[in-house]
Design a protein around this ligand. Structure first.
Ligand code: ADP
Ligand code: MG
Length: 326
């Protein structure tokens, strides 16, 4: 396959006031039709790169070419080339219907008069919102609103879609629906190029074609999720609060392959909090089986090893920096 870059950055750099070097000499190529992931811990510079590529910010140094247009010279053409979705953004007219809102944004994006109805119909259909066409936006559920937000980004049928942590506040159903739509329909059938941002690596698995790992504003590695996954530490530590027979649960966990460590961190009246170290995320089923063995249930769980993200940064820093060429 002949690969044609649709995004090309050259030494792209952004220094914010106060000397924050958010993006440093980033040179990247994203090919047309790719589902490309931007991964990195909070503060890595992901959103800044998206703002630079969308012309919402001007680079301090370097430049980028998006869909053939230079972000520093051809802002209008760049903006017309892309749809942008940022997490939690919901600036709709609540008292107008979904269709009315989309008509408005279509006009803002210079969609021609005779095409507005067609495009509105198409994006509503795509996101399963046709039955909501004439419902006021304020009557939508959170998930419906999130889908409408993505529908709006595609109203002008741009070849590029930038998604800045789109799944961050989505429930699992909405997130699964949206991700399947991105992969199968937008990239698969419509051959759009999608830049998908997340600070969770598992989001990229079985999803992105290639991923760039960013840390401290710099490219650390580029490759397929499998290539990168093989290089990354996959261990994860979860703080799991359980009800039930804590002693039985602990014993069971300690005897489970893939559970590398169990530490009781606090005991409540009816609950016990454990820090559980997993070889990788696939061990979760065994964690739940252990809880079941103690007639218990998981009250809460959250990942507590932000250090793993630091390990990623360390892993790919300095001499170990690598570029995987395909
Ligand atoms: P990410 O999206 O990966 O979490 P950002 O691009 O938002 O990272 O931020 C990168 C760095 O730039 C961080 O250190 C952040 O604090 C800083 N930063 C982001 N926006 C601004 C701003 N408007 N002014 C100053 N510093 C900023
Ligand atoms: Mg961000």
């Amino acid at each position: 396959m002949d690969k044609k870059p649709i995004i090309e950055t050259r030494n792209l750099s952004k220094t914010y006031r106060g000397d924050v070097r958010a993006v440093r000499n980033v040179s990247l190529s994203v090919y047309a039709g790719e589902l490309f992931g931007l991964f990195g811990p909070n503060g890595a510079g992901k959103s800044t790169i998206v703002r630079l590529l969308s012309t919402l910010l001007a680079p301090s140094e370097g430049t980028a070419v998006v869909n053939g247009y230079d972000v520093t010279q051809q802002e209008i053409q760049v903006r017309a080339s892309l749809g942008l979705v940022t997490a939690d953004e919901r600036s709709f007219y609540g008292r107008l219907t979904c269709a009315q809102n989309l008509h408005f944004y279509a006009a803002m994006q210079n969609v021609s008069r005779q095409k507005i109805a067609d495009r509105t119909h198409a994006v509503l259909e795509l996101f399963g919102l046709t039955p909501k066409a004439d419902a006021r936006v304020q009557s939508l559920s959170t998930g419906q609103m999130q889908r409408l937000n993505m529908a709006r980004a595609l109203i002008h049928d741009p070849p590029l879609l930038f998604l800045d942590e789109p799944t961050k506040s989505m429930d699992v159903q909405t997130s699964d629906f949206v991700k399947a739509l991105i992969k199968e329909e937008l990239v698969g059938r419509q051959s759009k190029t999608v830049l998908f941002i997340s600070h969770e690596l598992y989001e990229m698995d079985n999803f992105c074609d290639r991923v760039v790992i960013l840390a401290e504003g710099q490219v650390q590695a580029v490759g397929t999720p499998a290539e990168l996954g093989a290089l990354l530490p996959r261990r994860a530590v979860y703080r799991v609060v359980v009800e039930g027979d804590a002693a039985v649960i602990e014993r069971r966990w300690l005897a489970t392959p893939g559970i590398e460590g169990v530490t009781a961190v606090s005991h409540g009246a009816a609950t016990t909090a454990f820090d559980v170290t997993l070889a990788d995320e696939s061990v979760w089923l065994a964690v739940m089986q252990g809880v079941a063995a103690g007639n218990g249930r998981i009250e809460t769980y959250r990942r507590v090893d932000d250090a793993s993200l630091r390990r990623i940064v360390e892993h790919f820093s300095g001499d170990q920096r690598l570029e995987i060429e395909d």
